[in-house]
Design a protein around this ligand. Sequence first.
Ligand code: IVH
Length: 678
Amino acid sequence: MTSGSDAAATRAAELRELLEYHLYRYHVLDDPEISDAEYDRLFDDLVRVEQEHPELQTPDSPTVRVGAPPAPGFRKVAHLRPMGSLDKVTDDAGLAKWADDVRKRLGTDEAVAYVTEPKIDGSAVSLVYEGGVLVRGATRGDGERGEDVTANLKTVKAVPLRLRSPDGETPPPVLEVRGELYMPLSSFRRLNERLAAEGKKTAPNPRNAAAGSLRQLNPAITAQRELSIWFYGVGHYEGVEFDSQDGILAWLRERGFRTNPFTERHDSIESVARVCSEWERRRIDLDYEIDGIVIKVDSLDQQARLGALHGRPRWARAFKWAPMTAQTTLRRVHVRVGRTGALNPWAELEPVEVGGVTVSTATLHNEEDINRKDIREGDTVIVQRAGDVIPQVVGPVLPHPPGSEPFRMPAKCPLCGADVVKPEGEVMHRCPNRACPSRGLETLIHWVQAAMDIEGVGEQFVRRLWELGLLRSLPDLYRLTAEQLVELEGYGALSAAKAVESIVRSKERPFHRVLFGLNIPQVGWVTAANLARHFGDVERLAGAAQEEIEEVEGVGPDRAEAIGEWFADEENRRLVDELRALGLRFETGEELRPVEGPLSGRTYVITGTLERFSREEAKAALEAKGARVAESVSRKTAGVIAGESPGSKLAKAQRAGVPVLSEDDLLELVAGAGSTDD
Ligand code: IVH
């Protein structure tokens, strides 16, 4: 062996190991370290090495497989037909070359029609329908075997649980349908706002958010995520016949499957090329991310004759655009103090165009993240625009400019000068001063924008009145008068009256929005709603013991403690009293009040796996009878319903002397009590 191919062998082994590692980070841990573009580059390198030295290709090379094994936690299931992947082209020349190859293989005098579909950047899933009923949903996994995520997929409203039967048609005995699950950009932004407000790790992009939501062990969490799906094909099927991709999509649409409206059929590859370049510009108008266009030969007969190589069909290609990244200079790192006192670093950039939008600022998360990526002022950096409106700095292009230094968080709060702290176990630095202007100002902005959504009263309004000293606290907002506003430039009698009127109208907003607006640490939208539902009014919440707060869905010991501490504070209680006196709502209204029923006033806890109910079904059935379902056991728990392999909650129930109920007891509870004829 020459030394040249020795080097190639070493490189191939190295690339294989790297690719395996990054696949694992991506598929199993849901926590990728590199971008797809970087991954693709490594992958392409390996393909090149293996093409030059075919003897180096091993049967387990990432180039002959399409994913990583499923993570533990879900049952693995074999797909009825493997889920392959697509070879890509990146320009018109690549597209023309593929079309030539197709023509040569089929015979040059044969007409070829193509179908183009947006390539949705989400998570591929396979759904099996038996006799028209959804029996199983799975992730793609390694292409042969995926994870059984039926319970989670059933929570996605766009997934049909049953096929529609036009003209009373008998559904096919078996049908595997494939699609791409995704999170709309608007939902993705909302999710990240919520995660950030709750002090949790945000999702880097909509694809991760969708994949992560799909693989939640608790389907109730998946259900809270706003996921959707576009269906694009079938796998195995019996009792039905198709002759074209276009025909499959039309058939699916008629049976209730969401298919993408921007699908088109073409008689020439030139027309395909036009669509591919057109969508590179148009994609920013969509409420979901696409990373290319999928092109498929329309005729199924032609598809069959073309066949596939290593699970990659010769009859299809993905036209992929350059990723939405760009390089620019990082001018300065600034630090903003958020409404909870967290110090948020952000980048001021030399303006640059990324995917059709000019970008001049980007988030930098926290000090640890900046230093892990080694981002410094003056660096040339790679900026990426994902689904979020706020672009991200991926990393520096080395070397750093001479004399540059690693980033350090300021030791003093840039607003009030207090010594900055970094609580143990947290990544964020904080200003501990509760009187810091950031708190009041940011809380007011959060209140008018996110929590109360007061029409015509936004960030600018708040900042202006803050600077004038007219607004220092939430109660101040409700004491503003039209006379005060008329004094200000830009306000007439009418606009001043309107602003005051919409502020007054915000007093009608429900209790959980008020709770969210109060800026209690770790209380985001969902927790606020759960607290409001559970306690019913602020008195009960403020007087609750930590143990009781922990009963609330999604509230662990840390969060319960933070909530307890907030209400224990004199000043906060005064704030609540003052807002209540001003007419804001501190009682749960109809919208969240539990149903009245024979089980009203009783709280149950469910542990282990039930046979005849899913968790959510059991919860819903109990709540329909007026009961509450809590996450943890306390002395007040009316009963613990224990299924197969119950967790520590069972032991806790036994210690606390709380009755333990079986699944049969549960059936009796929800069936007997409250049926209409008793
Ligand atoms: S067809 C043999 N159509 O892209 C594979 N895929 O690498 C046939 N995707 O895993 C796939 N939109 O997750 C197809 N309209 C579309 C698609 C699409 C997104 C994803 C899918 C697949 C990957 C292909």
